[in-house]
Design a protein. Structure first.
Ligand code: G6P
Ligand code: ZN
Length: 542
């Protein structure tokens, strides 16, 4: 019943920031998904008889690939598969299941916040036994294997029913279909004071949560409306759809503009939040105020003690290099470590495993803690709710008080999407070449203090990751960072991260783009953005 199928390698199966992401038609090529799945298994060892967790964000092609994983895991000797009912598992919920049931690892099918559908994006990612995205050592091995693969193993079996909770035996392997929500919701209940949150909603607190027709819908319904007693209708767009209703399930000010508009309107609820395709990102908006992900990280860290899980304090805070320095000031005040990692959640894994960091976050709308090894959108919402319940102030008051105490890091990211790859690479190459000459030069009235290509030295395992983004630091602490996205599926995306620290509370009410105008102009002058990309403005500003 087990077949060995001859195949030839594909040369484009290099995992990016977060697994392999391609358009659905690429994954639909004969042997394409199978090659990558077998390359994952070939890069691992010692999984015979062990458990593999499998689930995805429900996007188009999710169910088909789950069937392939079942047939191939059975043929490769796994002992048990744990699959979320309907093939659904949010990324943090998958991470939790791997940890809770001591699985060997997990396969998560998602392209996160990218659109879904027959012509849109799909992705496959491997998570290791700590519940986190495979470290580079493993993803490099997967890629190397994908370039040499000559055969894969697959069991000839009927389609397995993934919609009914229960267990079946398949070729000597147990397939267990589990409730995708329960374990996760139970964990949230163990981290936060649900009684306090119930009282908050009882007192008339109004919230809007937008699941963007993606994976968090069933989780949010269970947690907010059923367990916490939020009014029915609190969760919007809560039914996961294979094409996310035709939208980008990306909780930012462009794709969740309706939520932003509602929160700025006269009848705004007290709190607005959204999550992305696979449930690991979050968007936080208070009545009349958007909270940047970088500020959110700093605020969550500064106030985490209100939640039982963090009452004893934090071991440390970690943020990705392009994320603003707001969290650094909190770490300093708390007297705890601050770690600066490259973009990509996988880099937090070692720090969390080693107990060096408790809370982590990225400018790309991800925050999370040591409770799992992924970022976690609903966790961030629950911690925000806990802070609101404990402090009895509005989001706006809490943010402004924080700025008054720590200063404000004005921050914005400008994305230039779908730039021709050669042109984007050309920009970065040229910039890299100029790095030694930049310090000391004047640009738009700003003096360049240092300029480098960020390299990360992992303090836990000593590994080094180079070329993780170009940083230009100006006298006075402002900075501009340039890097190319590692998650896109067409062309290149240039990301420009712009930041200015403002200690003076009298200057905390400026418009962000205005507060950063000179830095934005300097970024263009230094990198020649217009000249290289042919664009005169970014396609997305967050
Ligand atoms: C995913 C990763 C994050 C990363 C983000 C942006 O969400 O999980 O860790 O920050 O993508 O990555 P990019 O390479 O596109 O800037
Ligand atoms: Zn995501």
């Amino acid at each position: 019943m087990i077949r060995t199928v001859a195949t030839t390698p594909f040369d484009d199966q290099k995992p990016g920031t977060s697994g392999l992401r391609k358009k659905v038609p690429v994954f639909q090529q004969a042997h394409y998904a199978e090659n990558f799945i077998q390359s994952i298994f070939d890069a691992l060892s010692g999984f015979e008889g062990k458990t593999l967790v499998v689930g995805g964000d429900g996007r188009y092609y999710n169910r088909e690939v789950i069937q392939k994983v079942v047939a191939m895991a059975a043929a490769n000797g796994f002992g048990r598969l744990m699959i979320g009912q309907g093939g659904i598992l949010s990324t943090p919920a998958a991470s939790h299941l791997i940890r809770k049931y001591k699985a060997f690892g997990g396969i998560i099918l998602s392209a996160s916040h990218n659109p879904g559908g027959p012509k849109e994006d799909f992705g496959i990612k491997y998570n290791a036994e700590n519940g986190g995205p495979a470290p580079e050592k493993i993803t490099d091995a997967i890629y190397a294997r994908s370039k040499e693969i000559r055969e894969y193993r697959i069991a000839d079996i009927d389609e397995v029913d993934i919609d009914t909770i229960g267990k079946v035996e398949v070729e000597g392997m147990t397939v267990e279909v589990v409730d995708p929500v329960r374990d996760y919701a139970d964990m949230m209940e163990s981290l936060f004071d649900f009684n306090a949150l119930r009282r908050l909603f009882d007192s008339g607190f109004r919230m809007r949560f937008d699941a963007m027709h993606a994976v968090t819908g069933p989780y949010a319904k269970e947690i907010f409306e059923r367990r916490l007693g939020a009014a029915e209708g609190t969760c919007r767009n809560f039914r996961p759809l294979p094409d996310f209703g035709g939208h980008h399930p990306d909780p930012n000010l462009v794709h969740a503009k309706h939520l932003y508009d509602e929160m700025m309107g006269p009848d705004a609820p007290d709190f607005g939040a959204a999550s992305d395709g696979d449930g690991d990102r979050n968007l936080i908006i208070g009545k009349g105020i958007f909270v940047t992900p970088s500020d959110s990280l700093a605020l969550l860290a500064a106030n985490a003690r209100v939640a039982p899980a963090y009452a004893a304090g934090l071991a440390g805070i970690a943020r990705s290099m392009p994320t603003s320095g707001a969290a650094d000031r909190v770490a300093q005040k708390l007297g705890i470590g601050l770690y600066e990692t490259p973009t990509g959640w996988k880099f937090f894994g070692n720090l969390l495993d080693a107990g060096m960091a408790t809370i982590c976050g990225e400018e790309s709308a991800g925050t999370g803690s040591s409770h799992v090894r992924e970022k976690d959108g609903l966790w961030a919402v629950l911690l925000w709710l806990s802070i609101l319940a404990a402090r009895g102030e509005s989001v706006k008051e809490i943010v402004e008080t924080h700025w008054a105490e720590f200063g404000r890091n004005y921050y914005s990211r400008h994305d230039y999407e779908k730039v021709e790859t050669t042109r984007a690479d050309g920009l970065i190459e040229e910039l890299r070449g100029r790095l030694p000459d930049l310090p000391g030069t004047q640009v738009r009235g700003l003096t360049v203090e240092t300029a480098d290509d960020f390299a990360y030295h992992d303090p836990v395992d000593g590994s080094v990751s180079e070329h993780q983004g170009i940083r230009i630091l100006f006298a006075g602490g402002s900075r501009v960072v340039f890097r190319l996205s590692g998650t896109g599926t067409s062309g290149a995306t240039l990301r420009v991260y712009i930041e200015r620290y403002e200690p003076d509370a009298a200057r905390h009410g400026l418009d962000t783009q205005q507060a950063l105008a000179d830095l934005i102009a300097a970024a263009d002058e230094i990198a020649g953005i217009r000249r290289h990309t042919g664009r005169d403005r970014p396609s997305v500003i967050t």
